[in-house]
Design a protein around this ligand. Structure first.
Ligand code: ZN
Ligand code: ZN
Length: 75
């Protein structure tokens, strides 16, 4: 699975999510269309935060997903 940075994959993993699941939930037709940091906005790096800086969107999105619970698709 390409398109997500190792940091993003690691953070997802800490919450029991795979890059594949994240793409299913936030990408288009199972393909990741967002930025490497894990934000569904493909212009996140350089727009929401600087390159090399931790993404502030991804932890929030993961927390929302976990709070909802029901939106988690099967692998
Ligand atoms: Zn973002
Ligand atoms: Zn980001």
């Amino acid at each position: 699975m390409s398109g997500l940075s190792p940091d993003a994959v690691e953070l997802l993993g800490e919450h029991g999510l795979t890059a594949h699941q994240w793409a299913q939930l936030n990408g288009a037709r199972g393909q990741w269309t967002g930025d490497v940091c894990g934000c569904p906005d493909p212009r996140c790096v350089g727009s929401h935060h600087d390159a090399g800086e931790a993404c502030r969107c991804l932890p929030v999105l993961i927390a929302e997903l976990i709070r909802d619970g029901s939106t988690l698709a099967p692998v």
